[in-house]
Design a protein around this ligand. Structure first.
Ligand code: BGC
Length: 435
């Protein structure tokens, strides 16, 4: 059967994050936030979720393996590994060793993220990422993790979406520590970059053959009215803040902040072995003087998105060309690229399959243009705890019954399995779901 073929050895997987799947995390800032009335949609908490802490990861990895997935991206929970400052918990370390051994035993390549949004409470008490000490504390975590897990993994992501950490915690204020404070946002940006660089070298010295990078959050910003200079300016400003700050720093060694100021971070240069992209949405942007914290931009959803948004509030428009755009943008950097997250929540029988196929068509076009794309991770393997939105948006290939912990495949699981087995997108799937 004709098929858009992908390179041999292409990594096909899914991504998860510790706090979103493990359950029973009580020693980090998100747990504390979830306990506040009204913080999370429907009062949900991550306390049950997918029960990985009690061993359910085994059944989920088995589901992934049975589909032919050859990799899985997961994160370790800092507050479990280091429950109080400088004290390591051997039980938690053993748990992650078993998890990685399980993946490897099933023939899957593990990729480990060191920080996926959750901060241990002891570090929160010290000011979290606002405290410059967070840089060396994070590097010490990296040291420890590589010492303990390095025989099982050499594929690392230091930070998940550093811009998300800054935006959620210090600009929008919707995530812990719930601040809206630009000077702090800038400080945290610089600390995160330095923490990444220090962790990079900590890992590299121990594991010269490791692959280390950042999962960059990218969104396509287009002017709502392409003829309006103000809309174009706002879209450009959002693109610069959201997509460029963290992506450019490892190339140029500085962070360009509002006011034309450059904060030098030369130690960040050359601290990525690959470019990791998390792409979900595009956003049409209109100029709005009343929104200085959003780079004077307001998101204008397309009519088809507004329809979907009646089922669940959408943050952006579905647009696969955004993925192609960012893949091609990465080309001059000259590093291999991994799509570390891409996906959409279940809205009807076919929307996830359409999203998967159309976005993989975009990846295929980038491959044809000569880009070195090495892997694709769908977000996510199983429906899990979606931060402020609790369990409402369901991004998984599998449904999860929170009470019984029974998993049920969604239609997209079969579509992804076909693609993985063919190592490409078969024609019939393109006819059914593609563009
Ligand atoms: C985050 C995930 C989150 C996903 C879907 C990503 O930006 O890294 O943790 O669950 O978006 O909302």
């Amino acid at each position: 059967m004709a098929c858009l073929s992908f390179p041999q050895d292409f990594l096909w997987g899914t991504a998860t994050a510790a706090h979103q799947v493990e359950g029973q995390n009580v020693n980090n800032d998100w747990y504390r936030f979830e306990c506040e009335p009204g913080a999370i949609r429907n009062g949900d908490t991550a306390q049950i979720s997918c029960g990985w802490w009690t061993g359910n990861y085994r059944q989920d990895f088995e589901l992934a393996r049975a589909m032919g997935q050859n990799t899985h991206r997961l994160s370790v929970e800092w507050s479990r590994i280091e429950p109080s400052e400088g004290k390591w918990d051997p039980t938690a370390i053993q748990f992650y060793r078993e998890m990685l051994s399980c993946l490897r035993g099933m023939g899957m390549v593990p990729m480990v993220t060191l920080y996926h949004y959750t901060t241990p409470l002891w570090l929160v008490e010290k000011g979290g990422w606002e405290n410059p000490e967070s840089i060396s504390l994070f590097a010490r975590l990296a040291d420890k993790v590589v010492d303990e897990l390095g025989d099982l993994c050499n594929f690392w992501c230091t930070l998940n979406e550093p811009f998300g950490i800054v935006h959620g915690g210090y600009i929008a204020g919707t995530w812990p520590p719930n601040k809206q404070d630009l000077p702090r946002a800038v400080r945290v940006t610089v600390h995160l970059l330095r923490a990444h660089a220090t962790a990079y070298w900590a890992i590299k010295h121990r594991q010269p053959d490791s692959q280390i990078g950042i999962a960059h959050h990218v969104q396509l910003f287009e002017p709502a009215n392409p003829r309006s200079p103000l809309d174009r300016m706002a879209a450009g400003a959002r693109d610069w803040v959201v997509n460029r700050l963290f992506m450019d720093a490892p190339r140029y060694g500085y962070v360009a902040v509002p006011g034309g100021l450059r904060i030098m971070v030369p130690e960040v240069i050359g601290t990525q072995d690959y470019i990791g992209l998390n792409y979900y949405y595009a956003m049409q942007t209109a100029f709005d003087l009343g929104r200085p914290l959003e780079a004077f931009g307001r998101t204008v959803l397309r009519p088809e998105t507004q329809k979907l948004a009646r089922i669940f509030p959408m943050t952006g428009d579905i647009d696969p060309k955004g993925l192609e755009y960012f893949l091609l943008q990465a080309q001059p950097i000259g590093l291999p690229v991994y799509i570390l997250e891409n996906g959409v929540y279940e809205a009807d029988e076919t929307n996830q399959s359409r999203y998967l196929v159309t976005h993989l068509q975009a990846v295929y076009r980038a491959l044809r243009a000569g880009l070195d794309v090495r892997g694709y991770f769908w977000w996510s393997l199983v429906d899990n705890f979606e931060w402020n939105d609790g369990y409402t948006p369901r991004f998984g290939l599998y449904r999860n019954d929170l009470q019984t912990q029974v998993r049920t495949p969604k239609p997209v699981a079969a579509v992804y399995e076909r693609i993985i087995r063919e190592n490409g997108i078969p024609d019939d799937l393109i006819h059914a779901y593609g563009r």
